[in-house]
Design a protein. Structure first.
Length: 320
């Protein structure tokens, strides 16, 4: 199969494209013939920060396509089914092997490019807002990095649940693109003081919930924007330095900090039911996910560089 791999951590340039052996099909494996690969934030972070357990290492969390083969014990899928799959690695290839519990049916007639970008973005946003964030109608949520995939998903889900949504982005133009999706207030983080604007918007109280999708130097402003006893969801980070919380910082604010890793639960019946609902809502247009740009798999270096440097609006995909 054609695939992208690397043997050491580093920038996009460590990746190579060429031929690797096809994945093995174990008894519980669903082998997907990939049509669309969604580049996820974790793909970039793992390439930089997580040493590969084995080399050559094929990166990538998520891709959609048709089932090419199934293991002897697989009962939910058969050859030819349209699915979107998740695994901790392996999506940057023509063939993507995932456990049966990490494969999800694509609704009939749904564009596979849309299906490819749904599970992690919308599932992560859902868990951060509701499963662990406890967001209620009438509360205020601050979405740091609202123009990315998880951010756009969070804006829509929170707004449709009756919350007031404050989102940050790097320009008024990007905020204007987010507004139709349910943004109540936009903050240009390059020109405005996030904490001061949040206090102004909330009448001095502070926001109930922060979704931190960007990490980095903005963390202190987000903590300041949070109300006492507020909730802070740690979801993602940019390619640079990773922030940290001080022990007394959390005590002084009496804040609740929750780390969100949707992938840890994606094999569960709860998540299977959730993703069936989210895929259906995207397919029918109730939820949207812009795809900023597509690349051939052979241009994975350029695709990863574009995601890291161009701050795409929504998701970027690749096709084998």
């Amino acid at each position: 199969m054609q695939a992208v791999w690397y043997e050491e951590n580093g920038g996009p340039e460590v990746m190579r494209h060429g031929t690797l052996p096809d994945p093995e099909v174990g008894p519980l494996t669903v082998l997907i013939r990939v049509e669309v690969i969604s580049i996820e934030g974790g793909d970039l972070l793992n390439r930089i920060h997580t040493p590969p357990a084995r080399v050559p290492h094929v990166p990538g969390y998520q891709a959609a396509g048709t089932v090419a083969a199934v293991g002897a014990q697989v009962t939910r899928f058969r050859e030819g089914d349209r699915v979107v799959g998740f695994n901790w690695s392996g999506s940057h290839a023509e063939l993507f092997a995932v456990p049966e519990t990490y494969a999800y049916p694509v609704p009939e007639g749904m564009d596979l490019a849309l299906a490819a970008v749904v599970p992690i973005a919308f599932g992560t946003a859902w868990d951060a807002l509701f499963t662990y964030g406890g967001l209620q109608a009438g509360e205020t949520v601050l979405v740091q990095g609202a123009a990315g995939g998880v951010g756009l998903a969070a804006v829509q889900l929170a707004a449709q649940a009756g919350a007031s949504v404050i989102g940050t982005a790097s320009s008024p133009e990007r905020l204007a693109r987010i507004a139709p999706l349910g943004l109540t207030h936009g903050i240009d983080y390059r020109r405005e003081d996030i904490a001061a604007r949040c206090r102004q918007i909330t009448g001095g109280k502070g926001v109930d919930l922060v979704l931190d999708l960007a990490g980095g130097a903005g963390k202190d402003a987000l903590v300041e924007a949070l109300r006492a006893h507020g909730r802070y969801a740690v979801i993602g980070a940019a390619e640079g330095t990773l922030p940290s919380f001080g022990f007394f910082e959390m005590i002084r604010k009496a804040m609740q900090v929750t780390g969100i890793s949707f992938g840890r639960d994606m094999h569960t019946p709860r998540v299977h039911a959730l993703l069936a609902d989210l895929l259906a809502r995207v397919h029918t247009g109730q939820l949207a996910m812009p795809i900023e740009r597509g690349f051939p798999l052979a241009e994975a270096v350029e695709a990863h560089r574009f995601v890291a440097q161009a701050h795409p609006f929504g998701r970027v995909v690749m096709r084998p």
